[in-house]
Ligand binder design. Structure first.
Ligand code: NAP
Length: 482
């Protein structure tokens, strides 16, 4: 599918051919085989990319929304036509099951489609003046060159969720994807190229995160950093952006609680608890990390849950029946194991563990595991695990469980299961999270705002809120003769 070496630096509409000594290997996490090597860029290539984006900005931003929209529309259509191949590439480098990869590719296209439409709806405002000698208008204008940094867990949709609104707004972009999954990023850029994106509007630099990041942060031509990734890196970017007072949008880590009340539909709640925890093998920023189950339904709930979990199949994402692919790398396996060991040492009980792994599975695999008897002292109840371990705690009181759910610095997503509408609203309002799913665990859609509060981030992606992030609001105050 790929040559031994794949060009991955796209600057000013050209795929740069850099020294072959400077490459980075891309591995399949299911087989540990090297898929290809990609170019390894640094400060110099980032500088060129920023220059190109800066040069392209005036003409791109002066196009009408309708004109920009046509290219985005064309890009989403090209993605859909090629979705099977793109999904396979995603699974090869990231590991998730092919069916999940296909859903992600469609979601990547959906963001482009939604913002192709939204490009036409960049409204300003006419303010009623307090004096008859003035007229006042507010016009939205694109912020300028944007540095976009993305992670490996959703290597396609995290890119279009940023680039689609930025481009629709009239911004130009320098993208730095994760080194674990550069191939999906390359494919998206090739699609923009095919869709007729003018030179310099979108640029791609893979390589040294620190060097690329430093240039993006220090270069005054870059007006905004949009980042999805860990809270620690987000804090660093926030600190460094301050030096040139850049705007920032941060989508960071999560530690989602799921609360299952005694009146919940157990069939629905168990299905969705498994979907939320084990989708992408637990490597999702909004996946359930702590499950609180009302003590009155704990027994039937866990019986149904473990029975359903026993049907989950671990394997290569390219195999048809796989539910859980590999984790991204060995570091991820070590972290999951450390969380499990710590929990067991502090008294947790393993109430379900998947079948021993097949000897032929050479990659970074881990069995789905469910724990009971967990306590707040355990790492797993305090940090993002990013793996397939589900800890369950019981509760008896609505107020106490809300306090427990809120007892974290994270504030991305939370879930509640109840058939009582008043409770659903009451509890949603009290949960300190940017997103609350009520009997729903798939809240990431193009038309709605997605983003965390507290240390889970700043700003929103999705909906008209997502495009607002890339627009300055200029106030024009006009004195008039009466
Ligand atoms: P990460 O380690 O923070 O890396 C994310 C991106 O930042 C990668 O491209 C990484 O490149 C880059 N990076 C790291 N240090 C940098 C620096 N000094 N300057 C510039 N770029 C730098 O996160 P990850 O492990 O890839 O992703 C998992 C995390 O993302 C989890 O915490 C998850 O919750 C979060 N996430 C959040 C959302 C959301 O919407 N809130 C969505 C998905 C994921 P290198 O790998 O080369 O260092």
């Amino acid at each position: 599918m790929f040559e031994q070496y794949t060009k991955s630096l796209y600057v000013n509409g050209e795929w740069l051919d850099v020294s072959l000594e400077n490459t980075e290997k891309v591995y399949n996490p299911a087989t540990l085989e090297c898929i290809t090597e990609v170019s390894f860029g640094g400060a110099k290539e980032t500088q060129l990319a920023i220059q190109a984006a800066n040069h392209a900005f005036p003409s791109w931003s002066e196009l009408t929304g309708r004109e920009r929209s046509q290219i985005l529309y064309q890009a989403q259509s090209l993605i859909r036509k090629d979705q099977e191949r793109l999904a396979k590439i995603l699974t090869l480098e990231q590991g998730k099951p092919l069916t999940e990869a296909l859903v992600e590719i469609q979601s990547a296209a959906d963001f482009l489609l939604w913002y192709a439409e939204e490009a036409n709806r960049s409204y300003g405002e006419w303010l009623p003046s307090s004096t008859s000698a003035k007229r006042m208008i507010v016009i939205p204008q694109p912020i300028g060159v944007v540095g976009a940094i993305t992670p490996w867990n959703f290597p396609s949709s995290m890119i279009t969720r940023k680039l689609a609104p930025a481009l629709a707004a009239g911004c130009t972009v320098v993208l730095k994807p994760s080194p674990e999954t550069p191939l999906s990023a390359i494919e998206i850029i090739k699609i923009f190229e095919k869709a007729g994106m003018p030179k310099g509007v979108v640029n791609l630099v893979t390589g040294d995160a620190e060097e690329i990041g430093k240039e993006l942060l220090e270069n005054k031509k870059v007006k905004m950093i949009t980042f999805t990734g860990s809270t620690n890196v987000g804090k660093y970017l926030m600190r460094e952006s301050a030096k040139t007072v850049k705007k920032i949008a941060l989508e960071l880590g999560g530690h989602a609680p799921m609360i299952v009340f005694e009146d919940a539909d157990l069939n629905k709640a168990t299905d969705l608890a498994l979907a939320s925890k084990f989708r992408n093998n637990g490597q999702t920023c909004i996946c359930t990390n702590r499950l609180f189950v009302h003590e009155k339904i704990y027994k039937p709930f866990t019986e149904i849950l473990t029975e359903k979990a026993s049907k989950l199949i671990v394997g290569d994402g390219l195999e048809e029946n796989t539910d859980l692919g590999p984790l991204i790398n060995q570091e991820a396996v070590k972290k999951v194991q450390a969380h499990l060991d710590d929990a067991i040492n502090k008294g947790a009980h393993v109430i379900y563990k998947g079948e021993p792994l097949n000897d032929q599975l050479k990659g970074h695999f881990y069995q789905p595991t469910i724990l009971s008897n967990v306590s707040d002292r355990m790492l797993i109840m305090n940090e993002e695990t990013f793996g397939p371990i589900l800890p369950i705690q019981t509760f008896s009181n609505e107020m106490t469980v809300i306090e427990q759910a809120n007892h974290t610095d994270y504030g991305l997503a939370a879930y509640i299961f109840t058939e009582n509408a008043s409770r659903a609203i009451r509890v949603s309002e009290q949960l300190e999270y940017g997103i609350v799913g009520v009997n729903d665990v798939f809240p990431a859609v193009p038309e709605a705002p997605f983003g965390g509060i507290k240390q889970s981030g700043i700003g929103k992606e999705g909906g008209h809120y997502g495009m607002d992030e890339f627009l300055e609001k200029k106030f024009i105050s006009i004195g008039i003769d009466s």
